[in-house]
Design a binder for this molecule. Structure first.
Ligand SMILES: Nc1ncnc2c1ncn2[C@@H]1O[C@H](COP(=O)(O)OP(=O)(O)OP(=O)(O)O)[C@@H](O)[C@H]1O
Length: 250
């Protein structure tokens, strides 16, 4: 049994089948990338998995737990954390304040036996640890909205990590990034893989080919083909449908 399983997921919008019998698995420590042309149904699938919208059929399971009937916050508690295309940071607050809020939100009842000061120290330690994890220790006092775009995305990942996910859902983490930021984010995702499974939705093919253990290609809401990087890169149907004649470096 895989850590994460999507089984026969389906979603109709009126006559349009945006998600058509999609199944995929992600094993512990694995990065599974989801690619596909615009309108293929990637966002809909991510929304179904995170619980933002309900499927017409199919199931989502994490670590043996059926997430399908659960609302979003319960899925987060069960170990599924999501980074949004549109960042969820508080732009007017400092990096530290953002991290403290996230740490507090996910601390639950674990700190209830601590006094006020110890509780604050524990939250600060968690915030420090999250900042270090994504390479933002130098920017704790910066107002989040004034950080460069790449650093804002790193902060966004740190906020998702506060939930201590078993599966991290990354929705186009490289969007709007230049090559340098993209390279840094690739290194970060690679490092995160040691501790969690990752479902990566990404247009940056260089990053996908560098990171993915497995790739599923979504076209018209269906998985056209799934396989290893080499299988996908060399697949004639994939090249025709998705990659076109574009040169793709790895
Ligand atoms: N709430 C909705 N109501 C009706 N149709 C929708 C809705 N959400 C998405 N769709 C349609 O479902 C199809 C898949 O859309 P989706 O946004 O999931 O694709 P995508 O692969 O994420 O595209 P992109 O890469 O452009 O974000 C599209 O035809 C879209 O118009």
């Amino acid at each position: 049994m895989s850590l994460f399983e999507v089984d026969g997921l389906r979603k109709n919008f009126g006559a349009l089948r945006a998600t058509d019998d999609v199944s995929l698995t992600v094993d512990a420590g694995q990065i599974h990338a989801l690619i596909g042309p615009n309108g293929a149904g990637k966002s809909t699938l991510v929304n179904l998995i995170s619980g933002l919208i309900a499927p017409d059929a199919g199931r989502v399971r994490l670590d043996g737990v059926d997430l399908t009937p659960l609302p979003m916050h319960a899925r987060v508690r069960a170990g599924l954390s999501r980074c949004f295309q549109i960042t969820s940071i508080f732009r007017q607050s400092t990096v530290m304040e953002n991290l403290l809020l996230a740490a507090q939100a996910h601390a639950g009842s674990s700190l209830r036996f601590l006094g006020e000061r110890n509780r604050e120290a524990a939250l600060r330690a968690t915030a420090d640890e999250l900042a270090a994890r994504v390479g933002l220790s130098h920017a704790l006092d910066r107002i989040a909205g004034t950080l460069p775009h790449g650093a804002q995305r790193q902060l966004d990942v740190a906020l998702a990590l506060a939930a201590r996910p078993k599966l991290l859902l990354l929705d186009e983490p490289m969007a709007g990034m230049g090559p340098e930021d993209s390279q840094q984010m690739t290194a970060l995702i690679h490092e995160l893989q040691r501790d969690m499974a990752i479902l990566l939705i990404e247009h940056d093919m260089k990053a996908v080919f560098e990171l993915a253990d497995r790739i599923s290609v979504l076209v018209y809401g269906r998985v056209l083909v799934a396989g290893s990087v080499d299988e996908i890169r060399g697949h004639p149907q994939v090249q025709a449908v998705y990659l076109g004649t574009e040169e793709v470096d790895a």
